[in-house]
Design a protein around this ligand. Structure first.
Ligand SMILES: [Zn+2]
Length: 461
């Protein structure tokens, strides 16, 4: 089976050039001057006037995840199908260790959730909630099985929280086995006090979710995560960075030559605290953690993306419906499930609001949505670029096609869109997963189970 994408402009994190891309058995086998190759193909995709780019890699999703007394509304079938529509061809989701149980048990649970359901390839990070002798030992066996990153929480005391000693131990072990620690960096102990005080004072509206999680709580957590990583002598990856002051800490560490990395998410680039103040209970749509920040902070994050102080944009896709889920917090912001949908809209938003506005180049767009996460999470060079020998996880991108973001037309299983009615330009006319066209002009051609678990390599940057 041979496929060719003809007459397009290939865009990688480095290069932009016109070429045909030839695919056999799911892998890119040739990138040729247009008109050069006379070989015949079983499938020909015409990419005239369009860009051929590596499919998106979303390193931060929560599908079918129990949280806050409910479960995120997309499972591995609906969530990965939505991702594919939006031009994302790999995700790294989070398996969770239950306190008192083995890492492996949590990982098996997530394998079972995903098995036979995914539209695109997927890997797992391991959320490590119980750092003890056994867990630390077991981390090595997970790395051998391609689960090479571990997420720790400084937030959510009593649920996901780890203390500094536990974090340090996990970091030391990660250093020795080539693992990467991903950190939710917020001072959850202090935040819980602020939340209790706000609730006691009768402050129950959604905006208090942000007001009880000040940016200093994120900056302090970020600084502490970086300090612990320095003590352990290991790289660290700060997830979903939202606050300018937290970014300053990352800049300081990187300037000192430390292997510090950080991602932000579209909701922090395109939404703000103002959305939490929407009338009635609508602000609940924008409750995620870390919370929405003042609008002017968006420019700090864009600057970070331009200058590589931030290396990645992933979604933290964690959708909850307004009906029956976000509603749980009708009487108190503290009970609103934390999370927003985004797995499908990341490339649209970043192309329209990033590339088209001149904030980032096309190449940087590819880098922050695909190449960098592939490198950081051990998927490169198999994924994350357009190169001979790489998986043919590709998108044919129409940079001019306009469409309207709406809950009615998007594929995520959630009853609202935070961007309802927003017009954007940029659309994947073809999405290929290992050479197979899974989405063509908005029509899904794949089937559940096309996507496979991907073993990731140890950290090496
Ligand atoms: Zn998350």
């Amino acid at each position: 089976m041979r496929t060719v994408i003809k007459n397009g402009t290939v865009v990688t994190a480095i290069d932009t050039y016109k070429a045909d891309v030839w695919i056999e058995n799911g892998v890119i086998v040739a990138i040729a001057n247009q008109g050069f190759a006379n070989a015949t193909a079983d499938v020909t995709i015409d990419a005239t006037g369009k860009f051929v780019m590596p499919g998106g890699i979303d390193g931060h999703t929560h599908l079918d995840m129990p949280f806050g007394g409910t479960t995120s509304s997309d499972d591995f079938q609906t969530g990965t199908l939505a991702a594919a529509h939006g031009g994302t061809t790999s995700i790294v989701d989070f398996a969770i260790q239950t306190k008192g149980e083995a890492l492996r048990k949590g990982l098996d649970t997530w394998h079972a959730k995903a098995e036979g359901k995914a539209a695109i390839d997927y890997g797992f990070h391991m959320i490590t909630t119980d750092v003890n002798d056994k867990t630390v030992e077991e981390m090595g066996s997970l790395v051998k099985d391609g689960v090479t990153s571990f997420k720790l929480f400084m937030a959510y005391p009593g649920v996901l929280y780890c203390d500094d000693g536990q974090i340090l131990r996990a970091m030391q072990r990660a250093r020795d086995i080539g693992g990467l620690i991903c950190m939710h960096a917020e001072n959850g102990i202090a935040i819980d006090v602020l939340v209790q005080q706000a609730v006691a004072a009768g402050h129950t509206e959604p905006k208090y979710h942000s007001l009880t999680r000040p940016q200093i709580a994120e900056a302090e957590g970020t600084h502490r995560a970086l300090a612990l990583a320095e003590m352990a002598g290991t790289p660290v990856y700060i997830v979903h960075l939202s606050a300018a002051r937290a970014l300053e800490k990352v800049v300081e560490a990187r300037d000192a030559g430390l292997p510090a990395f950080a991602e932000t998410c579209p909701q922090y680039l395109f939404c703000s605290y103002d959305d939490l103040e929407r009338p009635g209970f609508e602000g609940a749509k924008y409750v995620c953690t870390p919370p929405m920040r003042p609008k002017e902070m968006q420019e700090d994050l864009w600057r970070g993306l331009r200058t590589n102080d931030l290396q990645v944009v992933s979604t933290d896709h964690c959708p909850f419906c307004m009906k029956g889920q976000k509603e749980l917090g009708k009487d108190s912001f503290a009970k609103i499930p934390n999370g927003m949908p985004g797995i499908e809209t990341r490339l649209y938003l970043l192309w329209d609001g990033g590339v088209r506005t001149g904030r980032i180049s096309m190449n940087r767009f590819v880098e922050i949505t695909s190449t960098s996460p592939a490198k950081i999470f051990g998927l490169y060079p198999r994924k994350g670029t357009v190169a001979v020998g790489a998986d043919a996880d590709l998108i044919v991108w129409d940079g001019e096609k306009e469409h309207v973001l709406s809950e009615k037309t998007l594929h995520m299983r959630v009853d609202y869109s935070p961007f309802e009615g927003k017009k954007v330009k940029g659309f994947a006319s073809h999405v290929l997963s290992r050479g197979k066209v899974v989405v063509e002009n908005g029509k899904y051609l794949g089937k559940a189970g096309d996507g496979r678990f991907v073993k990731r390599s140890t950290f090496s940057l």
